[in-house]
Design a protein around this ligand. Structure first.
Ligand SMILES: C[C@](O)(CO)[C@H](O)COP(=O)(O)OP(=O)(O)OC[C@H]1O[C@@H](n2ccc(N)nc2=O)[C@H](O)[C@@H]1O
Ligand SMILES: Nc1ncnc2c1ncn2[C@@H]1O[C@H](COP(=O)(O)OP(=O)(O)OP(=O)(O)O)[C@@H](O)[C@H]1O
Length: 287
């Protein structure tokens, strides 16, 4: 059991995000459409059979190693092994903004679960990994499953769907948004009627909305301004609880033309929406 493996941890978008209720424990019940982007972080895993510990090669700014979802995922998985395991060094190449609504931390956790299940030859099923992932964060299971999905509950009940694989311009306004703060706002819409979606959903997600958007626009003028700017070119929407926003385009060049004209001070990227996770594509190639 030696070796080194580099795998992608892609971003997700919430093509729409409806809040349909609130559970007794305060968590919000959602209906959301997850699609992956062909853009994200990379994680490199190197087994160290002579040293048993699980370590990052470099700590991330502002995240203590013990809180890093990569370390937490690796430890949670190791706890499922009856036998001692070789140690591992994990290098994170971070491209996704933190607290951006792109699910970077959750995706890092899912990539870690799948990579180490493979390298440690643990043989846990996808269901077991998704359940383990849910304990780390509501967005982890969709990254473990690796297929675009209609998500319900807190996002853990997933129905695979096939939305159009368009191009996206993703912008990160210059602010960070705490998910918990948005979900605790009094003015948040929490009673959007439930919708049903055919399993073969190929529909137009632009008919739906992100229920966090009004509250986020009021609290963060940077997001409001960016949405207004992007909306000149077509429907513009928030992903998750922000701060990132996205516009949808039929071609890469159409998205890049708008990207070139973006106001100064905003960062972002152009990426393709994909229904099969780049992580799963890479893992399939390894088999
Ligand atoms: C907004 C989404 O990104 C949509 O995909 C996710 O639902 C966010 O899920 P997540 O990353 O697991 O969220 P966390 O960062 O753990 O949530 C922080 C806090 O937001 C609140 N929270 C989060 C998710 C949810 N469905 N209802 C909530 O009320 C809870 O108070 C929670 O303690
Ligand atoms: N490996 C990691 N990468 C990014 N964030 C991490 C990681 N480990 C822990 N975190 C913590 O998780 C928080 C949320 O990070 P994440 O990138 O998933 O946010 P997000 O894009 O807003 O996701 P979501 O759409 O789930 O709200 C960060 O602010 C950070 O404190």
């Amino acid at each position: 059991m030696t070796g080194s493996l580099t795998l992608p941890a892609p971003a997700k978008l919430n093509l729409f995000l409806h809040i349909v209720g609130r559970r007794a424990d305060g968590y919000h019940e959602l209906q959301t459409l997850f699609q992956f982007l062909d853009y994200g972080d990379d994680l490199t895993f190197t087994l160290t059979p002579d040293q048993p510990d699980i370590r990052l090669t470099e700590s991330m700014t502002d995240v203590p190693d013990d809180d890093n979802l990569v370390i937490r995922a690796a430890r949670a998985l190791a706890a499922r092994s009856p036998a001692p395991l070789p140690g591992v060094r994990i290098a994170i190449t971070k491209r996704l903004p933190m607290g951006g609504g792109l699910g970077g931390g959750s995706s890092n956790a899912a990539t870690t679960l799948l990579a180490l299940n493979h390298l440690w030859q643990l043989g846990l099923s996808e269901d077991e990994l998704a359940e383990l992932g849910l304990g780390l964060g509501a967005d982890v299971p969709v990254f473990v499953r690796g297929h675009a999905a209609f998500g319900e509950g807190v996002g853990e009940r997933l129905t695979p769907v096939e939305p159009a694989e368009d191009w996206f311009l993703v912008l990160k306004p210059a602010c960070n948004i705490n998910t918990g703060k948005i979900f605790s706002e009094e003015g948040l819409t929490r009673n959007t009627p439930r919708i049903t979606i055919a399993p073969a959903f190929e529909g137009d997600a632009s008919r739906y909305r992100n229920d966090c958007e009004d509250v986020v626009r009021k609290l963060y003028p940077e997001v409001n301004q960016s949405l207004e700017w992007l909306a000149q070119f077509g429907p513009a929407r928030l992903t998750g609880t922000g701060a990132c926003i996205f516009g949808r385009f039929p071609t890469e060049s159409a998205a890049r033309i708008i990207w070139e004209s973006k106001p100064s001070g905003i960062t972002g990227f152009v990426a393709k929406g994909v229904n099969h996770s780049p992580l799963h594509k890479k893992l399939t190639e390894l088999k």
